[in-house]
Design a protein around this ligand. Structure first.
Ligand code: MN
Length: 231
């Protein structure tokens, strides 16, 4: 007791990374922020009122990251694993109190992602007024595709997800309640954003369960698609 331990060693945490189109370097991922209920049609399907309640934020652990083509082990403690296809923003330049007009300058690029959700645990958390962490943050909970560098996504771009070839979710990025600049500005009022942060920007309607053996295919026009098999 009271003696100093010497010679100890702990393996440093691994910094997860994402492939970047046109580059051999990987984008190092720090934190993963998510926006909840950012499409009116999804808010309605979850029993919420998008007029009365604005979008909000929650987080996933960075070790939840899963890259394109990887298998997602069906997670423990759930019988209702849901997909939510989302536009993911990669932050390249940090800052706090960012003005919406300056927000695009902080973006490194974009990718398509899936906000995997243990819906039964989320329903229980909502009913008991508990945090969502165990429902949203677990191994493999954040599949994200290849990042395309760039600050803007031009036009009203389609977003969709299919399971074993059957289309489950379709929408337009233009239907987001908070735009990407508004999300960055709002989030940066809570804490400073840092290079390496990812932001999931919300999902359109059509979320549903996947079973072991099924393959999810997530697409956003102009970005590389993302395929994930549930193992
Ligand atoms: Mn989501």
């Amino acid at each position: 007791m009271g003696e100093c331990e010497t010679g100890w060693s702990v393996t440093p945490p691994v910094v997860p990374g994402l492939a970047v189109e046109g580059s051999d370097a990987r984008f190092p991922v720090g934190r993963i922020f998510c926006v909840g209920r950012n499409y009116a049609d999804h808010a309605l399907e979850m029993g919420a009122d998008p007029v009365r309640e604005p979008p909000f934020f929650f987080m996933k652990q960075s070790s939840a990251l899963l890259t394109d083509g990887a298998a997602l082990p069906y997670p423990p403690r759930t019988a209702s694993l849901h997909h939510e296809v989302e536009l993911v923003v990669a932050i390249g330049t940090g800052g706090s109190g960012i003005a919406p007009a300056d927000a695009l300058d902080h973006i490194f690029g974009y990718a398509v992602g899936i906000d995997m959700t243990r819906r039964d645990l989320q329903d229980e958390a909502k009913a008991k007024r508990r945090p969502w962490d165990v429902a949203k943050s677990f191994d493999g909970a954040a599949p994200v595709g290849v990042i395309v560098p760039g600050r803007t996504m031009a036009g009203d771009i389609g977003i969709s997800l299919s399971v074993d070839g059957a289309v489950r979710q379709t929408g337009k990025l233009g239907a987001m309640i908070w735009s990407v600049p508004e999300i960055i500005a709002e989030l940066s009022t809570y804490q400073a954003l840092l290079p390496g942060d990812l932001i999931f920007t919300g999902t359109p309607a059509g979320v549903g369960a996947v079973e072991a053996g099924q393959v999810m295919h997530a697409e956003i026009e102009t970005l590389p698609s993302l395929s994930v098999r549930v193992a």
